[in-house]
Design a protein around this ligand. Structure first.
Ligand code: CA
Length: 251
């Protein structure tokens, strides 16, 4: 009798883009611990970089050392809340870091159990059989107005408020991530990305670029190159995670 375990491979690329002087995005992952992260920092001077790096490092460390008895999505939520506290208190202590914050999108993947958690407007997507589906909801003012039917997509695209995000890590003492439990099929490809990708490319352009039969690193590089060609106005980060069957033959 054979049982098939789903295993994961990952690759990521981050790029400053063509306009910004520095890169305030961060990513990190541990295939062994099934945790994959993209963060997009904000704040004056180098504060955005500090916030996004703190978020990624803290969640990665906590998820790598988590108690095995704990439900993984609960452990991930607690790790995110701890990262919020770390960034928030660092900003309180250092005036140069005051007001810093970051988005965070996390994929948690263990065999057939997958969750996406997010705060802010960095996104998670799943490509299945060539079809791209957005998994997260942006915590941004214009997206929330659109979901309430108070704003059209055209109005949102033109709005001077389109950079306003309604939830971020580190800017307040309390925060609550969205948590989505997902099913997984072998062959699924998950994309975590910052808005430097999704502001430059439409979902159908991303879908088309991800359809090529290439190694994950090359797919990441393709997405980044296309976003830069389309303007590259912001930092761009893409992290791809592929689910595949590992034939585990047992007697
Ligand atoms: Ca950004």
């Amino acid at each position: 009798m054979s049982t098939a375990v789903v295993h994961y491979t990952a690759a990521a690329v981050t790029d400053r883009g063509r306009k910004r002087p520095s890169n305030e995005d961060a990513f990190g992952f541990s295939v062994e611990n099934g945790i994959f992260l993209v963060a997009d920092g904000m704040g004056g001077a180098a504060a955005g970089e500090v916030a996004s790096s703190l978020a990624v490092d803290e969640v990665l460390t906590r998820m790598s050392n988590r108690a095995s008895a704990m439900e993984p999505e609960i452990a991930a939520e607690q790790a995110i809340l701890a990262a919020n506290q770390t960034i928030y208190s660092r900003a309180q202590q250092n005036v140069k870091l005051s007001g810093m914050g970051t988005t965070l999108v996390a994929l948690l993947a263990m065999d057939r159990n997958v969750w996406v958690l997010n705060i802010g407007d960095s996104r998670g997507y799943r490509l299945r059989e060539g079809h791209l589906q957005q998994l997260t909801l942006d915590h941004s003012l214009v997206e929330e107005q659109m979901r309430l039917g108070r704003m059209t997509a055209e109005e949102a695209a033109r709005s001077p408020l389109k950079n306003v995000i309604t939830r971020a890590l580190g800017t307040q003492s309390q925060v609550s991530p969205d948590i989505f439990a997902l099913d997984v099929e072998p062959g699924d490809l998950f994309l975590l990305c910052s808005d430097g990708l999704t502001r430059e490319l439409t979902d159908s352009q991303i879908e088309l670029l991800l359809g090529a039969d290439l190694p994950l690193e090359d797919l990441c590089a393709r997405l980044v190159a296309a976003a830069k060609k389309a303007g590259g106005r912001d930092n761009i980060t893409c992290l791809l995670v592929r689910a595949a069957l590992d034939a585990d033959v047992r007697q």
